[in-house]
Design a protein around this ligand. Structure first.
Ligand SMILES: Cc1cc2nc3c(=O)[nH]c(=O)nc-3n(C[C@H](O)[C@H](O)[C@H](O)COP(=O)(O)O)c2cc1C
Length: 369
């Protein structure tokens, strides 16, 4: 899927998905750190049929693979967020909408039936964070994700070299790169003039893309702190999920402050290069949380066996970022469905071979060395 996405997308756009901060060490380690553990199969456990379903924050999911929030999905495929969310619904799992979706959160909700969570940041204007939460509640989002590792924007050198800004501003070199990918360009020709961060645009005072780009970095607040988690906890009565937790003490603090789940994540290596690989942070967080709330993991999930290892290390479920975007860029909704199918069938096969009949068996089965 990655190869097809690379072939189909203009290079600056492929790099925006694929790239990470600075030397991309953390991105690489997110993937390679899964090799630090090996699976010890127990073939005589009798795992002739496997149950991959799980209950998570009130949702009954068909598998433990969720789609994580990723900005600008509508740049990779026409109405990309809707296509990816429908794929998630088809496969019985949660779709997380990014703050930075091209469509508005209301447009997604109208086009999607299935479990969905909304992702927000802490803005200098706390009222704007609350406003997004209110809009998400009104539009039927069941969970709210607060991402805590994006208070400044990471130094993504591929984007800098390509002149790729967030949200995008298209200059001559971008148009040249676009023209070289005719299938993508043709499918996106009506969408391109409207690409922006849909949730930020106020109908009463429509803002140009370049105006918005100038304002974006200044909206985020690097001074955010635990008081803001308390503020959101008071404001949002449904499940509140903290994304970007790596330190065990932060996980304990999140539990203490009434957060309903944590996502062990380093933003796919896009923020602090040199941050700990997320799967390596997982055991410490799982130990600190001690089963009081679900612990989720994202970063570097590329195989069903990675999911198996994450669950064996204490994760309740995992999220995928880039893999679903590769599927989306390759083929839209069916592409995302195919990515989910590949991962889930690999997980099922690994469970059958390792001797785990369900996800609890993975968590309790002493399968790792
Ligand atoms: C193109 C792209 C955009 C992203 N945008 C967001 C975002 O808007 N909000 C957020 O919380 N995380 C965002 N992320 C991070 C993902 O949610 C997730 O943490 C990361 O992609 C997981 O790593 P993986 O790509 O190896 O699966 C983005 C990731 C990518 C690749």
């Amino acid at each position: 899927m990655r190869a097809v996405a690379k072939q189909r997308l203009p290079q600056p756009i492929f790099d925006f998905i694929d790239g990470a901060a600075e030397d991309e060490h953390t991105l690489k380690q997110n993937e390679s750190a899964f090799d630090d553990w090996a699976i010890l199969p127990r073939p005589l456990n009798g795992a002739g049929t496997r149950d991959l379903s799980t209950e998570l924050l009130g949702h009954q999911l068909r598998s433990p693979v969720l789609i994580g929030p990723t900005g600008l999905a509508g740049l990779f495929w026409p109405q990309g967020e809707v296509a990816a969310a429908r794929a998630a619904a088809q496969r019985g799992t949660v779709y997380c909408l990014s703050h930075g979706s091209v469509c508005t959160l209301e447009q997604l909700a109208q086009a999607h039936e299935g479990p969905r969570w909304m992702q927000v940041f802490i803005y200098k204007d706390r009222g704007f964070t609350r406003e997004l939460a209110d809009r998400a509640r009104a539009a039927g989002y069941q969970g709210l994700i607060l991402t805590i590792d994006n208070q400044l924007i990471g130094k993504r050198e591929r984007d800098l070299a390509n002149g790729f800004a967030i949200p995008p501003r298209f200059g001559p070199s971008q148009w040249l790169a676009f023209a070289q990918k005719s299938a993508w360009w043709w499918s996106m020709r009506h969408e391109l003039p409207r690409i922006t961060f849909g949730n930020y645009v106020r109908e009463s005072s429509p803002e140009s893309v370049s105006g918005l780009a100038g304002r974006m970095a200044s909206l985020l607040d690097p001074a955010m702190n635990w008081g803001d988690v308390d503020m959101l906890r008071k404001h949002w009565s449904g499940p509140l999920i903290l994304k970007g937790v790596l330190h065990p003490d932060d996980a304990s603090e999140a539990v203490r402050r009434g957060v309903d789940a944590v996502i062990v994540s380093n933003h796919g290596g896009r923020q602090v290069d040199g941050a700990l690989a997320s799967v390596r942070a997982l055991p410490g967080v799982a130990e600190a949380v001690a089963g009081r709330i679900p612990v989720l993991l994202d970063g570097g999930i590329r195989r069903g066996s990675d999911i198996f290892k994450a669950l064996a290390l204490g994760a309740h479920a995992v999220l995928i970022g880039r893999p679903h975007l590769w599927g989306l860029a390759a083929a839209g909704q069916p592409g995302v469905e195919a990515v989910l199918d590949i991962l889930v069938s690999e997980l099922d096969r690994t469970m059958g071979l390792a001797g785990a009949t369900d996800l609890d068996a993975i968590r309790q089965g002493d399968f790792l060395a």
